[in-house]
Write a protein that binds this ligand. Structure first.
Ligand code: ATP
Length: 301
């Protein structure tokens, strides 16, 4: 089966600003792809091209086999877009908006199902203008999904949601994926990407810095943190293998460097060589946040 979204060498320019610089990725049916990057990285530009709202400056983009800009009208009934704001009449209620959006679709999802999953019942008849930020987010998600789309674009879907609503939304995204829906997600919440995404694209200044599954990306550098509890006052300057350590508080060493299995053995050998008593050694794996901060910090300006 061909990819739900296929992006090759996409470039987006705004005058002299190169917002997207030759990005390539694929999103398959039944998968979630998260676009991660600092403010201004180019995420929205990529998403807008895929949604058909912006023409690519160069490159080839296909959504469900169509050019999303040229075939916008044909694609619209097959895609769902969660808008950050706007697109909703201020005095209309959530119930009326959902009914209206459902009437546009050939095979809409039952509105009751979305009301239940996203817990909309408490504000279903309140005018949009009176809804809280989190309630508007939940309604926006429901509006994106009511047409039973094959591809869904979620732009920071849980921003402003409380913890419970966030978890309900994550459950819903997992259900969509299980039903074969392709989900393109942008988020600043690294734990959201880690929980939901099959693949992640880390971008900065329009370029892809890394891509792959969260497991592959966090496993790339092995151990993220190494903490040692041992005799106080060990000569940290004598640590082998380019490792460095800070002793804080006394007898607690935070060790940095290329933390692989060899490094663990070298640290223990160093303890032995200095007659140290080791009472604890703890390793922690890297998180997506560690990887993201390292990659985006390394970028030359
Ligand atoms: N219409 C426009 N005209 C000129 N420059 C633009 C336009 N839209 C975006 N840009 C610039 O293009 C770059 C990428 O912007 P984009 O909105 O795609 O980033 P983003 O990753 O979505 O950022 P954020 O996380 O802040 O939403 C930024 O430098 C931005 O200032």
């Amino acid at each position: 089966m061909s990819a739900a979204i296929d992006v090759r060498d996409l470039t987006v320019r705004y005058g002299d600003t190169l917002a997207v610089d030759g990005t390539t990725f694929e999103l398959r049916h039944g998968e979630v792809l998260a676009l991660l990057g600092p403010n201004g990285a180019g995420k929205t530009s990529i998403v807008e091209v895929c949604e058909g709202y912006r023409r690519a400056s160069a490159g080839r983009v296909r959504v469900l086999g169509h050019d999303p800009y040229a075939d916008h009208d044909r694609l619209t009934p097959r895609i769902g877009i969660m808008l950050q704001s706007g697109g909703v009449y201020p005095r209309v209620s959530a119930a009326d908006m959902l009914g209206l959006f459902a009437s546009f679709a050939a095979h809409p999802l039952p509105v009751d199902l979305l009301v239940d999953r996203l817990e909309l019942a408490g504000f279903l008849h309140t005018p949009y203008i009176r809804l809280s930020g989190g309630e508007r987010q939940r309604l926006a998600m429901a509006l994106a999904l009511v047409g039973r789309p094959e591809v869904v674009f979620l732009d920071e879907p849980t921003a402003g949601m409380d913890l419970r609503a966030r978890h309900r939304t994550w459950e819903l995204v997992r259900e969509l994926r299980a039903d074969g829906v392709a989900v393109l997600l942008t988020t600043h919440l690294l734990d959201e990407a880690e929980r939901l995404a099959d693949d992640v694209l880390i971008i900065d200044r329009g370029r892809v810095l890394a891509s792959g599954s969260p497991e592959a990306l966090t496993g790339m550098g092995g151990i993220g943190r190494l903490t040692l509890a041992a005799t106080a006052g060990l000569p940290v300057a004598a640590l082998p293998g380019g490792l460095t350590a800070v002793e804080e508080p006394a007898g607690n060493y935070q060790i940095d460097g290329a933390l692989d299995t060899t490094a663990l053995a070298e640290v223990l050998a160093w303890c032995l060589a200095h007659g140290a008593v080791v009472t604890g050694m703890r390793t922690e794996s890297r998180t997506l946040e560690d990887v993201f901060l390292e990659l985006t910090a390394k970028e030359p300006s």
